[in-house]
Design a protein around this ligand. Sequence first.
Ligand SMILES: [Zn+2]
Length: 325
Amino acid sequence: MVKIEYLTPATPEERKRYYKEEWNIKQVPDFISNTIQDREFGFDHVGRGPNDRYKVFRNPDFLRRFLKVRTPFAAYSSVAFYDKPMRRDGWKGAELVFDVDAKDIPVRTCECDGVCEICLNEAKEIVSGILDTLNGDLGLKNIHVVYSGRGYHVRCLDEGVMGTDSDVRSQIVKYIAGVDVPENEYSLDFEKVSYEHFVIPFGYPKVFTDRIKYSILHLNDKVELDDVNKKLLKDVLKYRNLIETDQWGVFKGNIGPQRYKKVIKGIASLNMGLVDAKVSIDLKRILRLPSSLHSMVSMKCTEVKNIETFDPFKEAVPKFVYERK
Ligand SMILES: [Zn+2]
């Protein structure tokens, strides 16, 4: 296997080579090129954040020329559509987005301080869960996944969500991440619903169960959970193999019903970190432009066609990385 020096910054020389030799306007996804005149663009030319904002391009060819000449450190476009994007005026709607950054996943099994193959894979698993929920529970169809360089953006352009406000978006995030403990569980008698263990334990919606399960299976003994002491955490780790096989009732029996509630609550609030909620509720956010270079880590921000088979280390590594000495 070729040793790739990924995840180290690109030099200005490498950036130039990338935009002049490798980057192509066709790599900008249609969902952006087709709406280019409605979006605000932002650029970071030196690596201190996107302070060249309010840029507009009447068509993809203007964007092409700009990128070829300026070879920016980073490029972004708005999730919002505007009548007058050069002033961020006349807001017409915004994509509903979910930002899963591998660096910020609440429980990581790797010990890297940036991002690595392990946590990027965990981010991918979380994205798969989000896609299932958006499609299966919310019926959304116009969904695009973008590998950002350090994680994933899930971007929905369905008409039904484009016009929603921050409050609605914040509720959707909580639902998707499994943050709000559904109230019905506590009102249900354990005995009465025991036959349901194998499918949806205690009447929780499937999405909530899935997120709790995911997080319990990824816990380690260093995690801090609200109201869960070391002894309880130890017991959770001891019995979590029961969760793996969906024996929630047996798990609850071993932990004890009161302590079980504490565990569920603790995990639910931990789940808030699965997606960056600030990104989802911001109606004027700019997001890294697919096809652009993430110069900090020398990877290409790339639209993902198939999340199951996508491998960032195969599909998002620019050529210059292979040619480094
Ligand atoms: Zn890692």
